[in-house]
Write a protein that binds this ligand. Structure first.
Ligand code: SF4
Length: 205
């Protein structure tokens, strides 16, 4: 978007300030390093934001611990949208689409904008991410990606500078962390649905 800072730190704050004009604003949180960096600034800039997570029932124990650490550090109560299947995990071709995406739609019901931790560096499916987008699939609501320009290195520098809490599996080689049955260690999004053609769960198509 024209006029927005191309300096990484500036782009985060400026994009969040743009998002703050929305009364019904949602931040989707999956407790990864990106969400820690965003939450650190978001609630000061846009305290009206609803912070929502999607619980598939097959999250890592470390994810649940990070959830508690985020609530404590950022002073926020994180809303839950359940995406539990029967059984809870039916394989990468199925349960993302039928349960996780439906949970996101419920989370965004009535919202006029949402915020994500998407970054261009994460992989080819995210290489064209803009700081501000229109989510055409969801009735033209605004979608803010304040970390679009940030690199892995930028994130870690911020986390260490500010002593932010972060998901412990990042230290064990998991760059991107989703549900336990579908996530392995790996750089970028390599560890997500490894060994299949799948690289996105459908939340960000
Ligand atoms: S990441 Fe795996 S377990 Fe989680 S919703 Fe998608 S397919 Fe299901």
């Amino acid at each position: 978007m024209r006029g927005l800072s191309t300096d990484v730190a500036g782009s985060l704050s400026e994009t969040l300030r743009l998002a703050a004009v929305h009364e019904r604003l949602v931040f989707l949180c999956s407790f990864q390093k990106e969400e820690s960096v965003i939450l650190d600034e978001l609630l000061e800039i846009a305290p009206q934001t609803r912070v929502v997570t999607i619980d598939t029932g097959v999250l890592f124990a470390e994810t649940l611990a990070t959830w508690r650490a985020f609530e404590e550090r950022f002073g926020v109560r994180i809303e839950v949208q359940e995406a539990l299947g029967t059984p809870p995990w039916t394989g990468p071709e199925h349960c993302c689409g039928t349960h996780k995406v439906a949970a996101l739609e419920r989370a965004l019901e009535g919202a006029d904008a949402w915020i994500t931790g998407l970054r261009r560096e994460q992989g080819p499916t995210r290489a064209n991410t803009e700081l501000v987008e229109v989510d055409e699939r969801r009735g033209q609501i605004a979608k803010y990606n304040p970390l679009a320009l940030w690199t892995e290195r930028d994130l870690w520098q911020r986390i260490h500078e500010r002593g932010l809490p972060y998901h412990p599996l990042h230290d064990e080689g998991y760059s991107s962390i989703g549900c336990a049955p579908c996530t392995q260690p790996g750089g970028g999004r390599e560890g997500r649905w490894a060994g299949t053609d799948k690289s996105e769960c459908g939340l960000h198509v």
